[in-house]
Design a protein around this ligand. Structure first.
Ligand SMILES: Nc1ncnc2c1ncn2[C@@H]1O[C@H](COP(=O)(O)OP(=O)(O)OP(=O)(O)O)[C@@H](O)[C@H]1O
Ligand SMILES: CC(=O)C(=O)O
Length: 526
């Protein structure tokens, strides 16, 4: 069978007769394929299998019957389908049903083999390793456990490493955990290295962090956790008075504001630090699937990393032909600064996908702008057909509590409604007491919202943008656009058509149309 397969997903809702156990069935479809090879046309006949996962009443159906094409025929026109790759189907079974992918940050609370397996069973599609924390050895261990689970238990969990990037943050703030800044208290912000923590002294990580900063400027901690006014500059250091009391957390982020506008940085730290390069080399050697790049400023940084990956991959491929894993490492750009927002389109075009890092974004733009900025980024990604992850604080309260707030559930639903491709857990899974529960909330909420979108046929409101340059790509796109108008989902081994399907978030199929479509597509040109 081909590399793609179809999954029935709405059987429960639509077919009262099919409501118990999940079943996999398949149907074979003949097609004629016309290939363009230079100037010549070649006809080939082919047969592909269309696999469907259905829920069937066990007592009504024997095994043979379930496997027969007759079953499919009897369901003609009445079922909803989602698309999933055959390899995914084999590996993940019914986890492929959901379209919104789920990313979990792995931390001390979920790094045992047992915990990772529970997350994989709960629907984790991608394990994120934040390279800001812990040692390379710790990360290696986690990656190996995930690969073991994939190999031995048939999961299909991808691994993403997330670089630390360059940003001004607190290295030491005079306490082991959080510390309260009281109204009117005076604090020194410095880059001086000191042995033991000093009270009312905050050590920042960048020499020259105070360049261009003037007396009277506002120093905001973590996008609003606490605010200070700069009252004196002493060399590289700043003396500040707390004007809005609050908490200073370890690794808190600092931003400076003047007259309500973010003060631009006078220094230019490289997008990828020496540590980031070490981590990237580590990621390549461990065969990770994604590298998420923090604090991307422009498309050049992404292109540079992609070149580095392909050069190093070809080198290692030549040295060891078996090592083909490197070729497929995808680079995701994290949008978390004003600069990246200004160059959004070029960054999206250059990268393989985007992460909306709302945590750090909230340090650089006012919090009330986050929802509209998120919607805009998702929209640009849809338009340019790049996957987009919505990250940070989706279910923050679940770090401590076993249920989310209603507002958090609404936030998750909104991201799915906007057609985000993936949702990410951070502290909820890394350090939270209810990581698996948080994952199941994401799972249920996103499935529910997808169902609603289907029922409302909302994908038809997605704007169609033609991206294809070549004739086959344009034809594939037009087919997908028509499919969306007709409310069908199609089956394809053709990457352009699959891309179009992803861009349009196609989902419905009826078998008459499917047979017709596969026939048409086969007679076209891929
Ligand atoms: N590998 C890890 N080892 C130890 N603690 C971790 C690890 N990964 C995450 N954490 C903890 O979980 C919390 C949330 O994770 P998260 O990845 O969101 O980190 P972060 O510090 O907020 O950085 P970022 O802004 O890059 O997301 C972190 O603050 C840290 O305490
Ligand atoms: C995920 C991340 O890095 C952020 O939200 O800042």
């Amino acid at each position: 069978m081909g590399d793609s397969a179809l999954i029935c997903s709405q059987i429960i809702a639509k077919n009262p007769d099919f409501n118990s156990k999940n079943r996999v069935i398949h149907d074979a479809i003949s097609f004629r394929r016309v290939c363009f090879s230079g100037e010549k046309l070649r006809f080939r006949k082919g047969r592909v299998g269309v696999w469907a996962v259905m829920e069937a009443e066990e007592r009504e159906m024997g095994a043979e019957e379930r496997e027969s094409t007759g079953v499919l025929k009897s369901l003609e026109g009445s079922l909803g389908f989602d698309v999933v790759s055959a390899s995914e189907l084999k590996k993940k079974g019914f986890l492929g049903l959901r379209k919104t992918k789920l990313v979990c940050t792995i931390g001390p609370a979920c790094c045992s083999l047992d915990d990772l397996e529970k997350l994989a069973l709960g629907g984790m599609n991608v394990a994120r390793l934040n390279m800001c924390h812990n040692t390379i050895e710790w990360h290696r261990n986690v990656i190996r456990k995930i690969k073991k689970l994939n190999e031995e238990k048939g999961f299909c969990v991808s691994v993403m490493i997330d670089t630390e990037g360059s940003q001004i943050n607190v290295v030491d703030h005079g306490a082991p955990s959080s510390v309260k800044a009281e109204d009117g208290s005076i604090w020194s912000f410095t880059t001086e290295n000191f042995e033991c923590s000093r009270p009312f002294t905050v050590q920042a990580n960048y020499e020259g962090f105070a360049e261009g900063i003037k007396v009277g400027d506002e120093l905001v901690i973590d996008g609003g956790m606490a605010t200070f006014e700069v009252i004196e500059k002493i060399g590289n250091d700043l003396l500040c008075k707390c004007t809005d009391p609050g908490l200073l957390l370890p690794r808190a982020k600092l931003s400076f504001w003047r007259d309500g506008i973010l003060v631009g940085k006078n220094y230019e730290p490289p997008t990828l630090s020496t540590k980031d390069w070490t981590d990237i080399k580590f990621g390549i050697s461990e065969g990770v699937d994604f590298i998420a790049m923090s604090f991307v400023k422009d498309a050049d940084a992404i292109k540079h990393l992609k070149n580095y990956i392909s050069t190093n991959s070809s080198k290692s491929d030549a040295e060891s032909p078996d090592v083909s894993i490197h070729r497929s490492i995808k680079v995701l750009a994290k949008i978390e600064s004003l600069e990246s927002l200004h160059k959004l389109e070029e960054i999206v075009i250059a990268s393989d996908g985007i992460m909306i890092a709302r945590g750090d974004l909230g340090v650089e733009i006012p919090l009330e702008q986050i929802p509209t900025v998120q919607e805009k980024i998702v929209h640009v990604c849809r338009k340019l057909n790049k996957p987009v992850i919505v990250a940070s604080q989706l279910l923050e309260s679940m770090i401590e509590y076993p249920t989310p707030t209603r507002a958090e559930v609404a936030d998750v639903s909104e991201a799915v409604r906007q057609y985000a491709d993936a949702l990410m857990l951070s502290g909820e899974s890394a350090i939270g007491s209810f990581g698996q529960k948080a994952l199941s909330v994401l799972e249920m909420t996103s499935s529910r919202m997808e169902l609603w979108s289907r029922e409302e046929n909302r994908q038809s409101v997605l704007q169609q943008h033609l991206l294809g340059v070549s004739l086959p790509d344009q034809i594939a796109e037009q087919i997908c656009n028509c499919a969306v108008e007709m409310g069908i989902f199609c089956f394809s081994q053709c990457s352009s058509l699959a891309d179009g399907a992803v861009q349009n978030k196609l989902e419905w199929v009826d078998f008459n149309t499917l047979h017709f479509l596969v026939g048409c597509i086969g007679t076209l040109c891929f």
